[in-house]
Design a protein around this ligand. Structure first.
Ligand SMILES: [Fe+2]
Ligand SMILES: [Fe+2]
Length: 165
């Protein structure tokens, strides 16, 4: 199996896109929709963690031309983190629950498009296959212990307050 970092991350994107389509087209009951939201939150928590910990900092250090894309991507992750934390902490029967998830889907689709169309191709062009395989192997090694649940809103608020203070 390939451990190419970009191949692995794109496979995650595909799986999340599949869950989004399932949510929109196939899930007919609120219970089915809530189950899909749960799967998406878990998949995104793991994926974002691995990008934040491995791909982003290493690409930032090794491909300085991509710094602006990476800084913007961190902020897009942050927006999704906030939405994910709110969804994880809120009443699943609230009238705001599915609309909030729809906004999360819009944000994730935009972010994935930017990664796949705007800057992952530049990472592929700038780094060797060996280097991308090393990064992928590192991500696979970290995956089993990666966080799987979004931060609780209180923990998130504390982290934001700490940055502002
Ligand atoms: Fe990302
Ligand atoms: Fe991604």
């Amino acid at each position: 199996m390939s451990t190419d970092a970009i191949v692995l991350l794109k496979a995650d994107h595909k799986e999340v896109a599949r869950l989004f389509t399932e949510f929109e087209k196939k899930a007919t009951t609120p219970a089915r929709k809530r189950a899909i939201v749960g799967k998406v939150l878990e998949a995104l928590t793991v994926h974002t963690y691995l990008e934040n910990e491995v791909l982003y900092p290493q690409v930032r250090a090794e491909v300085p031309a991509l710094e602006d894309h990476i800084l913007e991507s961190y902020e897009e992750h942050h927006v999704v983190d906030v939405l994910a934390a709110e969804l994880a902490g809120m009443d699943q029967t609230s009238e705001r629950y599915f609309p909030k998830f729809t906004v999360l889907m819009e944000n994730v689709r935009h972010h994935v498009k930017e990664e796949e169309e705007e800057w992952f191709p530049q990472v592929r062009a700038a780094l060797s296959r060996t280097r991308l395989s090393e990064m992928g192997a590192q991500m696979l090694a970290m995956k089993p212990d990666a966080p799987r649940h979004p931060a609780q809103p209180s923990a998130l608020k504390k982290a934001i307050d700490a940055v502002i203070a």
